[in-house]
Design a protein around this ligand. Structure first.
Ligand SMILES: [Zn+2]
Length: 165
């Protein structure tokens, strides 16, 4: 008898992108079309659960961005807490205390960083009536350091220090 072929891969379409048996892939490492698919699912989760339940009025101390997906750090943070939410609220595997853990271990620390006055959305909306979106300027870490003028260098053998008496 011939071996049966494996069943078709018809896993739940509502879960995040996975790397076969190795678990989810960090969203910033995804290429198209997986990136767009994952981002669409994340946007839906943020709109359906996060925004109406956990996001309060934007203020200068707690900014928000109506186009958060244009901020890589926001995408990474929100994707991380979404992945954790999927694991810690899955009725097939979660414990009674996992939803509570999700709040205090994942959600609140991520929101504290995301909505901090100096966080990734700091240049965006701080007033509900003034939707603002100004993506951050990223550090260009490949830039060369500016040339140090010769007179700034200090020789190892400097003149002896004299004290006034
Ligand atoms: Zn923005």
């Amino acid at each position: 008898m011939a071996a049966e072929s494996p069943p078709p891969d018809d896993l739940d379409e509502d879960t995040s992108a996975t790397n076969n048996d190795q678990g989810p892939v960090f969203i910033l490492y995804l290429d198209e079309p997986d990136l767009s698919r994952e981002l669409d699912l994340l946007k839906k989760w943020v709109a359906d659960l996060l925004t109406p339940t956990y996001l309060h009025e934007p203020t200068p101390d707690h900014p928000w961005c109506p186009q958060w997906w244009d901020h890589d750090e926001a995408v990474a943070l929100l994707h991380g807490i979404w992945l954790a939410w999927q694991k810690l609220t899955d009725p097939q595997s979660c414990d009674f205390t996992d939803p509570d853990r999700w709040h205090f271990d994942n959600l609140y620390p991520a929101l504290d960083r995301l909505r901090a006055a100096g966080g990734p959305l700091q240049r965006c909306m701080t007033d509900r009536n003034k939707p603002t979106h100004r993506p951050a300027q990223h550090v260009r870490w490949t830039d060369e350091l500016p040339h140090q003028p010769q007179h700034m260098s200090v020789p190892l053998t400097s003149q002896p220090i004299t004290h006034r008496t």
